[in-house]
Design a binder for this molecule. Structure first.
Ligand code: C2E
Ligand code: CA
Ligand code: CA
Ligand code: CA
Length: 274
């Protein structure tokens, strides 16, 4: 029994070692992924109640020759741990703004910003420089942040948010309802839009609790005069429900999966002329 016990320990050690090594490899490969052109940005439409796109959310995709398609839920936390998110975040912001500058000017772009990027003091300078460089009107850029960004160094975060707002950029509260002290955050931070987390939309069909939360968030949005986006709408039944609840915008596979950027404004006209 004794030797079997030792054998078991050795077995786990070996596997732990492999897991650690796999993670290190992933981390190392992530670092040069932009330079090796393994990263790209896909765009998912956000639609109004009539189903017309009003905005697109930029989402990162990583295709590695060694690891295949790596999900953002895997590589984003890794990039946050190693600090690689700083370069990655700046890259996606620039790519997305450059693309959006060419679209119909009624369309806006939403870019996810990691809490780690917020802790870099010059986020507002970075955004300002990218807007100048790409010529995108600040009002057409939305930055999606989650409540975790607000939990640490509240004062600094608030200051950065105020600077971003002063530029004219919109601030979007992402995954609302899943973090802590959501209600007080809404009051003390200058948000322009709320996104209800997908988990509530998924559950609201057969879970009265989830439905009640959606109702409450929409009510809150209405009294604060903020548009409310329903995330993860996959079915017609869900679409009807969120419209009935009073969500002003929706996003989900029902309207479009993350994919190619919308056509640049004028591209159609040029085609027609040519
Ligand atoms: P998120 O910001 O909440 O983005 C929405 C996620 O839901 C995306 O997953 C999107 O593809 C997915 N989604 C949209 N509609 C539906 C639907 O109808 N059904 C289902 N099942 N899923 C839907 P994705 O692209 O895998 O990204 C996952 C997360 O990774 C994002 O969640 C975000 O937190 C993070 N992420 C992605 N791109 C970036 C980025 O450029 N920067 C940062 N900081 N985070 C990013
Ligand atoms: Ca988001
Ligand atoms: Ca979200
Ligand atoms: Ca999410």
């Amino acid at each position: 029994a004794k030797s079997a016990g030792r054998g078991t320990v050795a077995f786990y050690d070996l596997h732990m070692d492999q897991a650690v090594r796999a993670r290190r490899r992933l981390e190392a490969d992530l670092r040069g992924a932009i330079q090796r052109s393994e990263m790209r940005v896909v765009y998912q439409p956000v639609v109004d109640v009539e189903g017309r796109p009003v905005s697109y959310e930029a989402l990162l995709r990583w295709r590695s020759p060694d690891h295949g398609d790596v999900a953002p839920d895997v590589f984003i936390p890794l990039a946050e741990d190693t600090g690689a998110i700083i370069a990655l975040g700046e890259w996606v912001l620039r790519e997305a703004c450059r693309a959006a500058a060419g679209w119909d000017e009624r369309l806006s772009i939403a870019v996810n910003v990691s809490p780690v990027q917020f802790r870099v003091a010059n986020l507002a300078d970075q955004v300002s420089a990218i807007l100048a460089e790409t010529g995108l009107a600040p009002e057409r850029l939305g930055l999606e942040i989650t409540e975790t960004a607000l939990m640490r160094s509240r004062e600094e975060t608030l200051q950065t948010l105020r600077r971003l707002k002063a530029l004219g950029v919109k601030i979007i509260m992402d995954d609302f309802g899943t973090g802590y002290s959501s209600l007080s955050n809404l009051q003390s931070f200058p948000f322009d839009k709320i996104k209800i987390d997908r988990s509530f939309i998924t559950a609201m069909g057969d879970d009265r609790g989830a439905k009640a939360i959606v109702t409450a968030i929409v009510g809150l949005g209405r009294s604060l005069d903020l548009p409310v986006v329903a995330e993860g709408v996959e079915t017609e039944a869900q679409r009807q429900m969120v419209v009935l609840e009073g969500c002003t915008e929706a996003q989900g596979y029902l309207f479009g999966r993350p994919g190619a950027a919308p056509q640049a404004a004028g591209a159609q006209a040029r085609t027609a002329v040519g």
